[in-house]
Design a protein around this ligand. Structure first.
Ligand code: PDD
Length: 284
């Protein structure tokens, strides 16, 4: 079955979903996006993703061309049209300021481009949870508004590629000596029973999974402290993990070739993942 994508109000075969060469997403990275997971065909925390999309749109003065309800219905229809209505799936949604002759100034009458792509969500590799993953640290060279989920991801792409070339799963970003987040994930450190993670604000993306993990942790009785954690404290943490929509909760056991904690996924991260999975597969 050929893949169906949504482009500017229409469901079209993938090959026919074409964007003008002067789309501002392509020319300037002038766009925003979301990645939403669905479990058993039901979107997980869609409202939070739509809230964040609206915040990103407002921050870049981009009028969203679709109402929330229309986005939600379209996303559900896209799952159906791709035979994913009962599957674990991921939805990629991007909105750009649309095509216009190249000029840094906003076009006077923008025609935003809206794209949605739905794909099966591959299960997380059990070895990742069983053994944990490795990470490297890299300087956080991103701009100072990374709370906007913008498609300008070149620093993230370079960081992830550097991690891959070092045989690692993720790059942990360090801004002025402080651990901010991963190249495509949020970062948590565990000290005893306490979780520490960078506060929301312009230096991290406010992850939907991050929010869910904080809720789960508090419900399970683990205190959560939101603060800027200096890099040196990484080596004193009992457990470290990263979170994201497609990867859930991933234990990190080695960073820059040094062991973290016991060097094995710890009890807190495993308990959090277990409870998060119980909720993603139940609550929708
Ligand atoms: N990335 N921080 C960054 C820089 C991210 O790119 C992401 C997600 C997160 C986690 O956010 P959430 O829990 O809402 O997925 C944190 C997505 C999945 C991506 O770019 O593919």
């Amino acid at each position: 079955m050929s893949e169906t994508v949504f482009l500017n109000g229409q469901f079209v075969p993938y090959e026919q979903a074409l964007i003008p060469v002067e789309d501002r997403g392509f020319l300037f990275g002038d766009g925003i996006y979301e990645v939403v997971a669905a479990y058993g065909g039901r979107f997980w925390r869609m409202e939070e993703h739509l809230d964040r999309l609206e915040r990103s749109a407002l921050a870049i003065h981009l009028p969203l061309p679709m109402e929330r309800e229309a986005i939600r219905r379209t996303a559900e229809e896209l799952l159906r049209r791709n035979g994913l209505e009962r599957s674990d799936a991921s939805l990629y949604l991007e909105v750009t300021r649309g095509p216009a002759p190249r000029n840094h100034l906003f076009p006077e009458e923008p025609h935003p481009t809206v794209v949605m792509i739905a794909r099966p969500l591959p299960p997380v590799d059990p070895a990742v949870v069983r053994d944990g993953v490795t990470a490297i640290t890299v300087p956080d060279i991103r701009w100072q508004s990374v709370h906007i989920k913008s498609v300008c991801l070149l620093p993230n792409v370079l960081a992830k590629q550097a991690a891959h070339e070092a045989g690692a799963f993720e790059a942990i970003l360090v801004r002025e000596g402080v651990l901010t987040e991963g190249s495509s994930s949020n970062l948590f450190l565990v000290f005893g029973q306490e979780l520490h993670t960078h506060p929301e604000g312009p230096f991290i993306l406010s992850g939907v999974t991050r929010g869910a993990v904080i809720e789960v942790a508090r419900d399970l009785g683990y205190p959560v402290v939101e603060r800027a954690v200096p890099l040196e404290e990484l080596w004193r943490a009992d457990e470290v993990f990263v979170t994201g929509t497609t990867s859930e909760v991933v234990p990190v056991v080695r960073v820059d070739d040094r062991l973290v904690g016991s060097g094995r996924p710890g009890p807190v991260v495993l308990r959090l993942l277990q409870e998060l999975r119980r909720r993603t597969r139940g609550e929708a």
